[in-house]
Design a protein around this ligand. Structure first.
Ligand SMILES: [Cu+2]
Length: 468
């Protein structure tokens, strides 16, 4: 069985490379220790080319492989990525489009690719049942049956999601539709429509990623990577800019704000646009959650502003040029039809408990051979998620449901906050809290529900349900 931690001692070749780089940098009188303060231009994942010329049909090729990434110059580290050495390209398709994705596993260990937030049949979902062995391929196909959204993809192999994501396997999915194209939002990719894949990491002094867990859980990273970039900066024009933010961390929540405490507009949650933009000054995202925000850099009299996580700057913006004409943010974004509810919807309760890096749902640890819930197709249900706490616990659990986008009904009996009134696929449930959601499944198959703290997921805090 594959164990990343055990097969990662410095290879002879890597040791030589590092010795050479250390000698070279020493000769130049530069630092020989890995320097996490080096500033780097924010990397942008490429948008993957659709290789099918037929309009209405999209075909993509992803290859997971091992590679080397220099997070800081002169310090190559072993990493894994899709079509590259760390993270992967953006998969972009349209609502209603037929999509085939050819996934090749060129890693030396098994993996899977789960399309987080995508509403597809169980067999196409990329969960633990769709393992891809080394050298093999998997080609799921589906029709995009949901509105415009920013989703993502990552491994979901039983017991090995956490380390595979940590060492680099993750990427974004953009869905476009008539609504997103008609809204006149900033959409110039890389200029005023910017993806931010945010991850906390620890580094060793030789520049390698240092994945550590303890009895208390995963060790939080002291360094933030955005799109795989260490200590990033980004040059922006004096205009409105849209950011699509993904918390792709294993276990850390982020509390985003700007260094000048300026407000911004949140326009989308996990599964697509909100009905109306929400003016905010901070934004918390738990692992797996996404948000789209619009920042108005024309208002700022400054030339530099930083995106912060709490009190730490994590991305510096250099604002330049004259004020550019920017379209006003629309007052209305999209209709969110309430999930229809019958007279007497079925209620299911999910009780979450954790201890260190392990956890249970309804007292059970995950078993691939056990179906925990049988859920009828196209029937609305109320799912009640309770966080009972536990020993050596985290502040809460991000509860993720595959195969659907759901609606949050209440938090501890109260109406959910405005930002949770749009489509969601992951909801954070604090210790002692009870969150009710309304779910309805339109695709058949076996799906997962689980905590999106990846160590908890790997540690058994997951169940499966069959929709038919
Ligand atoms: Cu958890």
């Amino acid at each position: 069985m594959y164990e990343w931690n055990n097969i990662r001692p410095l290879s002879f070749k890597a040791a030589i490379l590092i010795s050479i780089s250390v000698v070279l940098t020493a000769c130049n009188g530069l630092k020989t220790e890995f320097d996490s303060q080096q500033e780097h231009k924010l990397k942008l994942p490429v948008i993957l080319e659709d290789t099918n010329s037929d309009p209405g049909v999209a075909e993509f090729s992803l290859e997971a492989s091992e590679g080397r990434t220099e997070f800081a110059e002169g310090f190559p580290a072993d990493t894994i990525g899709y079509n590259g050495s760390y993270l992967g390209p953006v998969l972009r398709f349209s609502s209603g489009e037929k999509v085939t994705i050819h996934v090749k596993n060129s890693l030396s260990f098994p993996t899977t690719v789960h399309w987080h937030g995508l509403v597809v049949e169980g067999e196409m979902d990329g969960g633990p049942h769709q393992g891809i062995m080394p050298g093999e391929s998997w080609s799921p196909d589906f029709t995009v049956d949901q509105p415009a959204a920013t989703l993502w993809y990552h491994p979901h192999l039983m017991g090995s999601s956490a380390d595979q994501v940590y060492f680099g396997l993750a990427g974004l999915i953009y869905i476009d539709d008539e609504v997103s194209e008609g809204l006149n939002l900033p959409d110039n990719y890389g200029v005023n429509d910017i993806p931010l894949i945010v991850q906390d990491r620890n580094f060793r002094s030789d520049g390698y990623l240092d994945y550590r867990t303890s009895m208390m859980g995963v060790v939080p990273g002291d360094t933030i990577l955005i799109n795989g970039t260490l200590n990033p900066y980004l040059d922006v024009n004096r205009e409105t800019v849209r950011f699509r933010i993904l918390n792709a961390s294993n276990s850390e929540n982020f509390n985003f704000r700007f260094s000048d405490d300026s407000s911004f507009q949140q326009i989308a949650s996990d599964g697509g646009f909100l009905e109306e933009p929400i003016s905010r000054e901070s934004l918390i995202l738990a692992p797996g959650e996404r948000a789209e925000i619009i920042v108005d850099f024309t208002k700022s009299g400054r030339d530099t502003i930083s995106l912060m996580n709490g009190n730490s700057p994590i991305l510096d913006f250099n604002i330049s040029g004259k004020e550019m004409a920017s379209a006003a943010i629309p007052d209305f974004l999209s209709d969110i039809a309430e999930i229809p509810e019958g007279d007497n919807p079925r209620v299911r309760v999910f009780e979450l408990q954790s201890m260190g890096v392990t956890g249970t749902i309804n007292g059970k640890s995950f078993d691939m051979d056990r179906i925990d819930e049988d859920v009828p197709l196209k029937e609305t249900e109320i799912w009640v998620i309770r966080n009972l706490g536990g020993m050596m616990q985290t502040s809460g659990h991000p509860f993720h449901v595959h195969g659907t986008q759901f609606q949050v009904i209440s938090r501890d009996g109260k109406d959910p906050p405005l930002e949770e009134r749009g489509w969601k696929d992951t909801v954070f449930v604090k210790t002692g809290e009870e969150v009710k959601i309304k779910v309805r499944f339109s695709k058949e198959g076996v799906f997962m529900y689980h905590c999106h703290i990846l160590e908890h997921e790997d540690g058994g805090m997951m169940g499966q349900f069959r929709v038919q």
